[in-house]
Design a protein around this ligand. Structure first.
Ligand SMILES: Cc1cc2nc3c(=O)[nH]c(=O)nc-3n(C[C@H](O)[C@H](O)[C@H](O)COP(=O)(O)OP(=O)(O)OC[C@H]3O[C@@H](n4cnc5c(N)ncnc54)[C@H](O)[C@@H]3O)c2cc1C
Length: 442
């Protein structure tokens, strides 16, 4: 059964998130963007309102909500400020490897803390020298008895300067690439952990991004989220669950830009009429709506697949790169409708444009998403149509007129179809030999 309706609970959640976004996030977004700071109090209020960590399973004291609910919440927050939405959702990214881990005592220790106290947890695969290529992690995790000693630097870490806990991916042997990678839960106040200065960014400036350095940081064996050799696959599984949410950031930001553009177009007049009356503007608005709706459908499909226990990897990638690129187009078109005013800091569009530019970069660039989808198409995708050499592409004879038993041969090189008991000695079109012909239906 296909049903696009939200449940009453989901509609209620959407309403509450929308009210929170408009009341708490929107009034602060531009000020903190200008200051290049993350308003911690907003993250705390989001936590108090129960919007953070919504997907911690009930057995660890969480609400046990699905990814669809995360997508609903995130769209609303991103509509107000994509940067703050990133920082609010970052706890889900940081804790996801723990949720997926087999280390029960570790889950029982840390997951309830995220519910009971206002604690932030960040996620770190990226380093100064590697982002897309997660298998290229250099941060070292040297075994010391049953513990591990971390040395190295993580870079681009969202909420890294604010987080109490860190999910760190590191390798026992960087040369062995993905085979050496494990995941470790590190506490911010452990000896040897140093947080760098906030990285000055183009957009999403309300979201803290830093480098984190580890000097001989001892990780007790109890804090191993995934042992070496299992960290890479855990990171990939995490991304499959969090990438649809980048689609939700994109949907929310694009929806805002569209709404602001509709409002402006109705009010701005040129040549004696509102610009909303011009077809050139109307077509832009229609395409914005088309992209917002498509982005949401793809995002929700990825989230739904995850919630059904299916592997959401491919849909997650499609949703991520479609919605990220669509959002950039929508916000750019909105800026065109605002024209001169759109290019100023007095209106909301320039910030949205800077903010959405990031969506095609973090959690795997758009190129990486295309690689994942192409890999699926070329290796796993099940075609419904017959293979080319089996295609019943009759041009010279109506297949219904063929006598029973008539041989139909297709040249695998040029596609010529020959009728007879035997294939021709050579193809009359491409001159390839008899052996090139395949009997159709055989
Ligand atoms: C604001 C911000 C927040 C972030 N937050 C986090 C975080 O919380 N945790 C974390 O771990 N990381 C985080 N990141 C890092 C982010 O995930 C990486 O920036 C991203 O994965 C890309 O890596 P890179 O920047 O090293 O680019 P590179 O991997 O160096 O890629 C450079 C370019 O080459 C392209 N490319 C690479 N390989 C291929 C290929 N095989 N085929 C075709 N093209 C290719 C890429 O698409 C890109 O265009 C964040 C980044 C930013 C900017």
């Amino acid at each position: 059964m296909l049903d696009f309706n939200l449940t009453e609970e989901q509609r209620d959640l959407q309403k509450k998130a929308r009210e929170f976004a408009v009341r708490e996030i929107l009034p602060l977004a531009w000020y903190f963007d200008e200051q290049d700071q993350t308003p911690l109090r907003i993250l705390k209020r989001a936590w108090e309102a129960g919007f953070t960590n919504s997907d911690i399973p009930k057995q660890y004291g969480g609400k046990g909500l699905g990814l669809l609910e995360s997508a609903i919440l995130t769209e609303e927050f991103a509509a107000a400020c994509p940067g703050l939405a990133t920082s609010i959702f970052d706890n889900s990214l940081g804790m996801e490897p723990l949720v997926l881990s087999d280390n029960e005592p570790l889950k029982e220790k840390y997951l309830p803390r995220l519910i009971e106290e206002f604690k932030l947890i960040c996620f770190a695969t990226s380093e100064p020298t590697t982002g897309s290529d997660v298998s290229g992690i250099r941060c070292l995790a040297e075994p010391d008895g049953e513990d591990f000693i971390l040395n190295g630097t993580k870079y681009w870490i969202t909420n890294g300067g604010l987080a109490d806990y860190m999910t760190i991916f590191a390798s026992t042997d960087p040369k062995s690439q993905h085979k050496g990678i494990g995941a470790f839960l590190v506490e911010r106040n452990w000896e040897g952990v140093t947080v760098g200065r906030p990285i000055p960014k183009m957009g999403q400036r309300c979201s803290n991004t830093v480098g984190i350095n580890f000097k001989n940081v001892r990780v007790p064996k109890e804090n191993v989220i995934a042992p070496p050799g299992e960290g890479f696959i855990l990171a990939m599984k995490t991304f499959s669950r969090t990438r649809p949410i980048i689609g939700a950031f994109a949907t929310g930001a694009a929806r805002s830009a569209m709404e602001y553009a509709i409002d402006y177009a109705k009010k701005r007049r040129t040549f004696g009429a509102a610009i909303s009356g011009y077809q050139g503007i109307q077509f832009k608005l229609a395409e914005m709506y088309q992209k917002v709706e498509t982005s949401r459908l793809l995002t929700w499909k990825g989230a739904w697949e995850a919630d059904q226990g299916m592997d959401p990897t491919v849909t997650a990638s499609v949703a991520k790169f479609y919605a990220s690129e669509a959002a950039l187009e929508v916000v750019n078109d909105a800026l065109q409708i605002f024209a001169g005013y759109g290019y100023t800091k007095m209106f909301p569009i320039e910030k949205l444009l800077r903010d959405v530019r990031l969506l095609g970069i973090y959690e795997g660039t758009s190129e990486i998403q295309r690689m994942i989808v192409a890999g699926h198409l070329l290796n796993g995708y099940q075609a419904a149509m017959p293979a080319l050499e089996d295609l019943p592409l009759h041009r010279e004879k109506d297949p219904e007129d063929l006598d029973e038993g008539t041989g139909v041969w297709r040249c695998r090189m040029c596609g010529y179809v020959h009728y007879g008991d035997e294939p021709p000695e050579e193809c009359p079109y491409c001159f390839f030999p008899k052996s090139t012909f395949k009997k159709m239906g055989a």
